[in-house]
Design a protein. Sequence first.
Length: 101
Amino acid sequence: MALEHGGASVEIVNACKTVATKPEETELERRQIVSGNVDVLAMTSFEEAEAFGKLVNPDDLPAKLILAALGPDAEFGARCAGFEVNVVSSYYSQFEGLIQR
């Protein structure tokens, strides 16, 4: 690594972890999404998309829902779970990349 080459001590750590919730814990959110009360849903990781796929059948999503992915991993996870992705962030893992100016 360039930092180590420059004399820095580098330690790699996992900064976040996706933890799936139980369906009964997310029933209100699921109902809001499938009833059409949500306009845009952003997937931030492969694991999040995979977990969402276990909670919601892609066929139950309203046609007007825009499904966004923060980068190619989240997009791949959403597609593997059966979801159609409408937009992918141009800045991976940043919501700003979903905004068109």
